[in-house]
Design a protein around this ligand. Sequence first.
Ligand code: FES
Length: 269
Amino acid sequence: MTAVESSTKVVLGGTRGGPEAATLRQDRWWLQPVITVSVLTAFVIYSTWAAFQNRYYFVASPVHLVSPFYSPCLASTCTPGSKIGFAFSGWTLSPALLILIFPLGFRLTCYYYRRSYYRAFWWSPPACAVSDAHGAYSGETRFPLIMQNLHRYFFYAGLVFNVLLTYDAVDAFRQSGGGIAMTVGTLVLCVNATLLWLYSLSCHACRHLCGGGVKSFKAHPLRYRFWKFLTPLNVKHMNFAWASLVFVALTDVYVRLVASGALTDYKIF
Ligand code: FES
């Protein structure tokens, strides 16, 4: 027997669409898809439930707290104090449903989440060097996946939401009876706004906006500065994606518990 005949044939990645030779990996490669499915499913179930609740999204005292799922509150039926200047008078459903499409579209089309849910939900492929569950691959060239190209526009919408949620966080320092105060809720809203900014600023579309399409940075010193600032954030985009997702839900939970009377919003000063 020659050396060639006795060697084991290794096919990295197995075969597309086949149950045979799914993978040669011995590690727990399935752990990451399982975690992704669990966290994303839990978030979708909770946020859908919270969006349809249409109550307990605003706290008036000791400071103003608005749930990020309901901000900006654009329906005339919004709890007094949670409204901004403009309101739709004919809207009778939950005001969260008016705005949900923008943060949802931003997350859904995010390059990082795309990779995660293609792997975890479609098994396309579930992990590196693991067989793809599908026999063919058309990429994102056809409807509906071609819509993923809307990401950069959702990014702009996301920036508007970040400004509004930052306003909410600053407003949460205003005591209902006048003066400045800080509660645990203020802190929660501040952390939430910070994480959402980090998530947006670390976005690939944002980095490309600042540094993409430039032949020489020498002619664009300002863009170069932005690009230099954003690049280390971009490296941590995955971390910011998960941290901001979990914390935005926790912020809603906190406001909901305080608004329903189940929890006291303790003053820090
Ligand atoms: S790539 Fe994730 S938000 Fe843009």
